[in-house]
Design a protein around this ligand. Structure first.
Ligand code: ADP
Ligand code: MG
Length: 678
C-alpha cells in the first residue's frame, strides 16, 4: 500500500468512512499516518485507588468485588461495577449499555482507565475503558494509548485500528534524510518514529519519535529555503557598486539628526551587500520609529551614485505621499530625481512619469501597487525596496523585482520578530535588526482603562488639546465586514464630536473612504486643522504626525499585541510626552495579560516574542503568505533549538549537493516548490 493511496484501500473503509475521514483532512494513507495523536492515555502508571485525583484521568487495577444493575426507568439502565485494589474501591459506571454486564465477572482482575469523579462519597469512573488482565500479563497492557481528534460517527477505537492497519501495510516509510544527518543528529529511524508517535512503548520513545518527526519537518523546510537562496544567488551577478561616495555623504549630511548605531549597522550591511557580487536580499526589521526611512534613503543615494534607478513600494497611498515628501526634502538640490506614482496619479502625469522612467530620467520612483503594473518600465532598475512588507505577498515583491535584472532587494518591516524566528520565516533573506530608538524619545506612557476611567480620560484628552496637541481615537474592529466597522466608528465619532468634545475640531478617517478623501482627512490632521481624529485601523501603517500625543484605542482587546504596538508607534514622535490609552471592557484572561504586557513593555521585539507565546506560532506569521508549508510535528516556539540544528544540517546537505527534489515535491508541492525549481 502506497502512502498516496486513498484511505478506501484500507479494510473496512467505504465511501461513508472516507467522507468522515475527509472531514479531518485525511484523504490518503499518508495523511492518516501524519495525523498525530493529540495526546495519550497513560496506562503505564497504575494509580492506587486511594491516591486518585479528582477530575484527572488515571489507570487503576483491581478485582471486581460487586456488580449492580439498576433500571430506574423503563428505557434506562445503569450498570455499576465495583473494583477494589486493597487501598480503596472505584465504581465503574455505564449508562444504557446493558450488554457491558457480560464483560465482567466477580473476582476478575480488571485494568481500567478513566476520569475519577466523586459521587455520593464514592469514587467513580464513567464509561471507563477496561481490559480483563491477569497479573502475570499486566505488563503487556501498560502502554500509552493515542487519543486523536475525532468527528461524528468515528470512534476512537476505530481510528486507532485504522492507523494500525495503515502502519502495518504502508510502504514508503523508508528513511528520507541523508544517513549522515540521521547519525549526527542522533535521530530515530523514520518508520520507527511514525510507529512510535502513534503507539509509543514508553514516554521516552514518544519523545524521541516527536523529535525525529519535528526535525524532519524543519529540515526539509530549511532545505527548501536554502535551495531558494542558492537559486537566487546562482549565476546571477548583482550590480557591483563602488564604495559609497559623495552623494551618500551629501544625503547623510542632509538628515537633521545623526544616525543611531542600529541605523549605521543596517546601512553598513547594505553597503556590504551592494558592493558584493551577489544581489542583495536583505530584510531590515526595526520598530516603528526606529528610522528605517533614512536607511532606505542612503541605499537609494548609493544606487543613484552607481547609475541605476531605485523603486520604493509601500502598501498605502498615504504612506507613499509621506515617503515622497520626506525623500524629496532630503534629496532637494542633489542629483537624485524623485517621482511619485500611485493609483491616484492623473493619466497625463502618469504618461510623463513612465516616459521619463524608461528614459532613465527618474532616479527613484515611489509608489503603491501601481508600480507593479506592466506599463511601468524602468530604464535601469538596480534597487527594489518594499516598506511594511507584511502587507505584500511574496509574489508582488517578486513582480517588482523582475522589472530589473537581478536588482538588489531591500525589505523593511516594522513588525519585528525574534531573530531565530526570522531564520525560518525569512530564511532565504539576510536580516538586519535595528534595535534601539533615536535619542530623545520618551517612552510612550501606556495605560489600560475601563469604563470607570472614561470621564477622566476624556478630561485628559481635552487638556492635551488645550495645550495645542492632537489626539488619535482608534475604533475597534467590530467584525469581518468593513461596513460594520464603519458603523461603529461613526457612532464613536458622533459621541465624541457632538457630546464630549463639541468645542474641538474633530475629524474622521476610515477604510471605506475614497483615497482622495482619506488623504484630505489625514492632511487636515497633519496640518493641525483637525485636533481629534477618529479612525478605523487604517492609520496603522506609517503615518507621521509628531504633534499627536494621545493614542486612544477603543476595544483594545480586539487587537493583537503587534497591532497595538504599531498603533502606539503613531504617537511619541515629537518632543512632548505621549500617551497610549487602551480601553477595554473585557475581563478575559488573555485581554488582561495583553494589556499588562502593553503597559510594561516598549520594545517591539520583546512584544513580538510575547505575542507569539500568547497566540501560539501557528497563525502568527501567515506561513501561507510565504508559501511555506504548515508544520505538523514541529512547534516553532518550543523547537527553536531543534530548528537551529535542522537549519545547520540542511544548509550543509544542500551545499554538499544532496538532491531533495523528490522529497520537496512530495512534501510541499505547490507554491513553495515552484519557487525553488521554476
Ligand atoms: P520607521 O522606522 O518607523 O519607518 P521613520 O523612518 O518614519 O521610522 O522615522 C521616524 C522619525 O524619526 C522620523 O521623523 C525621522 O525623521 C526620525 N529619525 C530617524 N532617524 C533618526 C535619528 N537617528 N535621530 C533622530 N530622529 C530620527
Ligand atoms: Mg516606516
Amino acid at each position: 500500500m502506497e502512502l498516496t493511496d486513498s484511505v478506501t484501500k484500507l479494510k473496512g473503509v467505504g465511501p461513508k468512512m472516507a467522507e468522515k475521514l475527509a472531514r479531518l483532512g485525511i484523504g490518503t494513507v499518508g495523511d492518516l499516518l501524519d495525523f498525530y495523536p493529540r495526546r495519550y492515555q497513560d496506562w503505564t502508571k497504575i494509580t492506587p485507588m486511594d491516591e486518585l485525583v479528582f477530575d484527572e484521568e488515571a489507570a487503576v487495577y483491581g478485582t471486581v468485588v460487586d456488580m449492580k444493575e439498576a433500571r430506574p426507568r423503563p428505557r434506562m439502565s445503569i450498570l455499576t461495577v465495583v473494583v477494589a485494589d486493597g487501598t480503596g474501591a472505584v465504581n465503574l459506571v455505564y449508562f444504557n449499555q446493558p450488554w457491558k454486564r457480560n464483560e465482567f465477572t466477580r473476582g476478575q482482575h480488571i485494568l481500567a482507565y478513566g476520569r475519577a469523579e466523586y459521587s455520593y462519597r464514592k469514587i467513580q469512573m464513567q464509561n471507563a475503558d477496561t481490559e480483563a488482565v491477569e497479573p502475570e500479563r499486566l505488563r503487556g497492557f501498560q502502554k500509552l494509548v493515542p487519543v486523536y481528534p475525532l468527528t461524528e460517527g468515528l470512534k476512537l477505537s476505530r481510528m486507532q485500528e485504522l492507523i494500525r492497519q495503515a502502519l502495518e501495510n504502508a510502504e514508503g516509510l523508508d528513511e528520507d534524510l541523508p544517513p549522515q544527518v540521521v547519525r549526527e543528529a542522533r535521530l530515530m529511524g523514520r518508520r520507527e518514529a511514525v510507529e512510535a508517535i502513534h503507539f509509543p512503548p514508553s514516554w521516552a520513545a514518544q519523545k524521541a519519535a516527536r523529535r525525529r518527526l519535528a526535525f524532519e519537518e524543519l529540515f526539509f523546510m530549511q532545505a527548501g529555503i536554502a535551495l531558494l537562496r542558492e537559486k537566487r544567488r546562482q549565476g546571477r551577478s548583482g550590480i557591483k557598486c563602488a564604495p559609497s561616495g559623495r552623494l551618500v555623504a551629501a544625503v547623510r549630511a542632509r538628515f537633521p539628526f545623526t544616525l543611531t548605531a542600529g541605523q549605521r549597522q543596517a546601512f553598513a550591511d547594505i553597503e556590504d551587500d551592494m558592493e558584493g557580487l551577489v544581489p542583495m536580499q536583505r530584510l531590515v526589521q526595526g520598530d516603528v520609529g526606529s528610522g528605517k526611512t533614512a536607511v532606505a534613503a542612503l541605499a537609494i543615494a548609493k544606487m543613484t551614485e552607481n547609475g541605476y534607478q531605485s523603486a520604493l513600494m509601500v502598501p498605502t497611498e498615504v504612506l507613499a505621499q509621506q515617503h515622497f515628501a520626506t525623500l524629496s526634502e532630503w534629496f532637494e538640490g542633489l542629483p537624485i530625481r524623485t517621482a511619485l506614482l500611485t493609483g491616484q496619479t492623473k493619466a497625463s502625469e502618469k504618461r510623463d512619469i513612465l516616459e521619463a522612467l524608461a528614459a532613465g530620467d527618474i532616479d527613484v520612483l515611489i509608489g503603491t501597487h501601481a508600480l507593479i503594473e506592466a506599463s511601468v518600465v524602468f530604464g535601469r532598475l538596480g534597487l527594489v525596496i518594499t516598506d511594511e512588507q507584511h502587507r505584500f505577498g511574496v509574489r508582488q515583491r517578486e513582480a517588482l523585482e523582475t522589472k530589473g535584472e537581478s536588482p538588489h532587494t531591500l525589505i523593511m518591516t516594522a513588525t519585528p520578530i525574534p531573530r531565530t524566528m526570522a531564520l525560518s520565516v525569512y530564511g532565504d533573506l539576510d536580516v538586519s535588526s535595528i534595535r534601539g530608538m533615536p535619542p530623545g524619545r520618551h517612552p510612550v506612557k501606556t495605560y489600560a482603562v475601563g469604563q470607570d476611567m472614561l470621564v477622566r480620560v476624556y478630561r485628559f484628552m481635552a487638556r492635551e488639546m488645550d495645550a495645542g496637541h492632537q489626539v488619535y481615537v482608534v475604533c475597534p474592529l467590530v467584525a469581518e465586514s468593513e461596513k460594520q466597522d464603519l458603523a461603529a466608528a461613526e457612532k464613536v465619532y458622533r459621541e465624541l464630536a457632538e457630546k464630549e468634545f463639541p468645542s474641538y475640531r474633530c475629524g474622521m478617517v476610515h477604510g471605506r473612504m475614497k483615497e482622495k478623501e482619506k488623504e484630505e482627512a489625514m492632511d487636515a490632521f497633519r496640518d493641525g486643522q483637525v485636533q481629534l481624529l477618529v479612525a478605523t485601523s487604517v492609520i496603522e501603517v506609517g503615518v507621521n504626525v509628531p504633534n499627536a500625543t494621545i493614542m486612544f484605542v477603543y476595544g483594545a482587546d480586539r487587537f493583537g499585541l503587534s497591532q497595538l504596538h504599531q498603533l502606539r508607534g503613531r504617537v511619541g514622535r515629537g518632543s512632548a510626552q505621549a500617551y497610549c490609552i487602551l480601553y477595554t471592557d473585557s475581563t478575559g484572561e488573555t485581554a488582561r495579560l495583553r494589556m499588562q504586557l502593553m503597559t510594561q513593555i516598549q520594545d517591539g521585539f520583546l512584544l513580538a516574542e510575547k505575542d507569539l507565546l500568547l497566540r501560539g506560532s501557528g497563525e502568527f506569521f501567515g506561513y501561507q503568505q510565504h508559501g511555506l508549508p504548515d508544520l505538523h510535528a514541529a512547534d516553532i516556539l518550543r523547537d527553536l533549538p531543534l530548528l537551529e540544528e535542522a537549519r545547520r544540517a540542511a544548509r550543509k546537505a544542500v551545499a554538499a549537493g544532496w538532491d531533495f527534489r523528490d522529497e520537496l515535491a512530495r512534501r510541499f508541492g505547490g507554491k513553495f516548490f515552484e519557487r525553488i525549481y521554476h
